[in-house]
Ligand binder design. Structure first.
Ligand code: DQA
Length: 143
């Protein structure tokens, strides 16, 4: 069965209480539960969160080494991290970048992503559904 690493960056552990007007009221555990239910028997979901950039780098390398797919919400590191970009391209981890919020409708500093260019695609602005859409994209047959 395909393994999909769902990696969450800084402050996403606060979901549920963090700026609910922007990020909604579901906790990260709620999102994990929904995603696992959607995956059903189609994929094994490895769901993790870290506030530390290097830990995310290590997990991307781990996913790449076992040819697993990655769904990455890098949080604020999206807009700053050369290390995450290099991990994705170096580890050849097939990665879909996601965001709960539509980053392009927010502050200008959120319009720039360091990782988009090395990701297969980007899904942003659909709240928790962004995770599920990325899962479907990973599992869809390639035409
Ligand atoms: C985010 C958007 C980022 O700009 C922000 O720093 C986050 C969350 C999102 O999911 O909308 O932490 O990645």
């Amino acid at each position: 069965m395909r393994r999909i690493f769902v990696l969450n960056g800084p402050n996403l552990n606060l979901l549920g209480t963090r700026e609910p007007g922007i990020y909604g009221t579901l906790s990260l555990a709620d999102i994990e539960e929904r995603l696992k239910a959607r995956a059903g028997g189609r994929a094994e979901i490895v769901f993790r969160q870290s506030n530390h950039e290097g830990e995310l780098v290590t997990w991307i390398q781990e996913a790449g080494s076992e040819d697993a797919g990655v769904i990455l919400n890098a949080g604020a590191y999206t807009h700053t991290s050369v290390a995450l970009r290099d991990a994705i391209s170096g580890a050849k981890a097939e990665t879909i970048e996601i965001h709960l919020s539509n980053t392009h409708a927010r502050e200008p500093f959120r319009h720039k992503s360091f990782i988009t260019a090395v990701c297969r695609g980007v899904i942003a602005g659909f709240g928790p559904l962004s995770y599920e859409l990325a899962l479907e994209a990973h599992l869809a047959p390639r035409d």
